[in-house]
Design a protein around this ligand. Structure first.
Ligand SMILES: [Cu+2]
Length: 131
């Protein structure tokens, strides 16, 4: 009887390890296999286009503490960056590149979104984070 209980416990443990491994890309949640589906369903998608020489949308908005799944794609001929100093974002996009990454809004305020190469050409946008 005791042996049965122990081996069932081990099976559950092994299953838990395998399930956690499968969610490796979700380390921001740290909640294991039960929390992950809920958390990723709650993450809103934010589409950002980088082009020669502008961002679309020009104004992005969110709430303090919110996490977005950002899908950023470059439609330009030039290499661009998606840079937001205050939110710790600095990604470079060769022509036609697409990147998907999580973005947690850790500060409230109006932040400048810009391309490091083309901000002089007006390649800027605004990220507004409300409390
Ligand atoms: Cu640029």
């Amino acid at each position: 009887m005791r042996n049965v209980i122990v081996s069932t416990g081990l099976m559950a443990l092994a299953t838990g390890i395998i399930a956690s491994g499968g969610c490796g890309g979700d380390e921001k949640n740290g909640g294991g296999e039960i929390a992950s589906p809920t958390a990723s369903a709650a993450a809103e998608t934010l589409l950002v286009e980088l082009d020669d020489f502008y961002f679309e949308p020009e104004v992005m908005q969110g709430k303090l503490g919110q996490t977005f799944e950002v899908t950023a794609f470059s439609e330009g001929q030039q290499t661009h960056t998606l840079t937001i100093d205050e939110l710790g974002v600095d990604r470079e996009f060769p022509a036609s590149d697409t990147q998907i990454f999580p973005l947690t809004l850790t500060k409230a305020g109006e932040f400048k979104v810009y391309c490091r190469y083309h901000q002089a050409q007006g390649m800027t946008a605004t990220f507004s984070v409300t409390e």
